[in-house]
Ligand binder design. Structure first.
Ligand SMILES: Cc1cc2nc3c(=O)[nH]c(=O)nc-3n(C[C@H](O)[C@H](O)[C@H](O)COP(=O)(O)OP(=O)(O)OC[C@H]3O[C@@H](n4cnc5c(N)ncnc54)[C@H](O)[C@@H]3O)c2cc1C
Length: 386
């Protein structure tokens, strides 16, 4: 049987042979449209070589890799500068949801397309009036014979412009008398390429458009493409969020280490290291990243305990924002020029600075996460949300 060192060599060799210069470092947060077709092609090769579904159970076509091996894979992936993948919403969110809560027919229909990155997915939860307060969604789906018919609007839908399918949280029944607003919601799998779906890109601070408004106006999906029971979609939607990160967090932190190393190099080149405040902030960034990595490895390898995964999100999001702010200090006036995409290194740091403003918003805003810690871990009285 292959040991972990051999496994590490295997993935390292595969990446060395497949991560060509035109792919290295492409894509990722804030740069999702960069070299998209080359990254899609790379993602499909990664899948064909059996790496994409490393963490999936063998019975669902994966390799059933241990957590240790998943960590090794993500570390090597990040170290090789392999490009941002385009299949993560399918692989880490909807795929595991279907394995746990879908029907056999749904698994047979969708898992192969997710595993091979031949069908890409997006997440249709947020709406103009429902973000943190997700149970307020007003998109409706009504049965018409063998189909659900959807009407409503989603917003901030990442990668909807390239997605083939969307998992949509929609209201399929009114709130029953005396029940919570979570009742009557359903989790529907909806094809994106049909006349009743309009995708409008939203221009971000970076100048790029990675997320979108999505309008459903008579969009249809088959009656069986509801995951879980109709009206019980809240539980399914929360299960999906629970799958979101996992071992990939370790790879993200390897990328953070590279960002920090590059920022130290920039500070040396520009002479910013003469400023004691810059030296202090760089050193603090290293300390905080060391603590974050240790905490993450501990959380991943221990039985789940309340709030520990939330702490990772709170720490990494603030860490990256801090790094972006420090990069702007080090760049000085070059940091405030417009984002043109043609001035190399400064453009990279400006994008990181600007995009990282979103880090404390998506995946559950930091205010909401702290509220959850306050109530569920510290046991503080529930906040009045009127
Ligand atoms: C880059 C990016 C990508 C995204 N991708 C997707 C996607 O693919 N699919 C999708 O469905 N959504 C996506 N989102 C949306 C994201 O989930 C929401 O932005 C998030 O849930 C916050 O909702 P909101 O923007 O409506 O803000 P609101 O909920 O209106 O919150 C506004 C502010 O008020 C604070 N706040 C709200 N309620 C409370 C409270 N009770 N206590 C304390 N503070 C509170 C929030 O923390 C926030 O600072 C994405 C967002 C971003 C930034």
């Amino acid at each position: 049987m292959q040991d972990d060192q051999e496994f590490r060599r295997e993935i390292r060799d595969w990446l060395a042979a497949n991560v060509t210069d035109d792919l290295r470092g492409a894509g990722g947060a804030g740069r999702e449209n960069e070299a998209f077709s080359r990254r899609l092609d790379f993602t499909r090769r990664l899948a064909a070589a059996g790496w994409s579904t490393l963490a999936w159970p063998v019975e669902h076509g994966g390799r059933g890799a241990s957590l240790q091996r998943q960590v090794i894979f993500h570390e090597e992936y990040a170290k090789a500068g392999a490009p941002g993948r385009v299949d993560h919403i399918g692989i880490t969110m909807v795929g595991p949801t279907l394995m746990q809560l879908g029907t056999d027919r749904q698994r047979e229909r969708f898992l192969p397309g997710i595993a091979t990155a031949t069908e890409l997915w997006c997440q249709g939860y947020s709406e103009p009036g429902a973000g943190s307060d997700l149970a307020a969604v007003t998109t409706r789906a009504e049965l018409d014979g063998d189909h659900w018919v959807l009407t409503g609007q989603k917003v901030w839908t990442s990668l909807a412009h390239v997605a083939d399918w969307c998992f949509v949280l929609a209201r399929t029944a009114p709130i029953p008398e005396g029940a919570s607003r979570h009742a009557g919601l359903s989790y529907l799998l909806v094809p994106m390429r049909q006349p009743g779906v309009t995708v409008r890109p939203i221009r971000q601070l970076t100048g790029d458009s990675e997320f979108n408004e999505v309008f459903f106006d008579g969009a249809r999906t088959e009656r069986d493409l509801v995951v879980g029971e109709p009206g019980q979609g809240w539980r399914v939607a929360m299960a999906t969020l629970g799958f979101e990160r996992g071992a990939a967090t370790v790879g993200q932190q390897v990328g953070f280490q590279r960002d920090l190393d590059d920022l130290v190099a920039l500070a040396r080149r520009t002479g910013a290291t003469a400023d004691p405040a810059v030296r202090e902030r760089l050193t603090r960034a290293w300390i905080d990243l060391t603590v974050l990595r240790a905490h993450t490895l501990r959380v991943l390898s221990a039985p789940p305990s309340a709030g520990t995964a939330t702490v990772i999100k709170l720490l990494w999001s603030r860490w990256r924002q801090g790094l972006g702010e420090l990069a702007m200090t080090i760049l000085g006036p070059a940091g405030v020029a417009s984002v043109t995409g043609d001035d190399g290194e400064a453009d990279r740091w400006r994008r990181l600075f600007l995009f990282s403003r979103a880090d404390t918003i998506y995946g559950g805003s930091n205010e909401i996460q702290r509220g959850i810690l306050a109530e569920r871990v510290l046991g503080l009285p529930r906040q009045d949300r009127r």
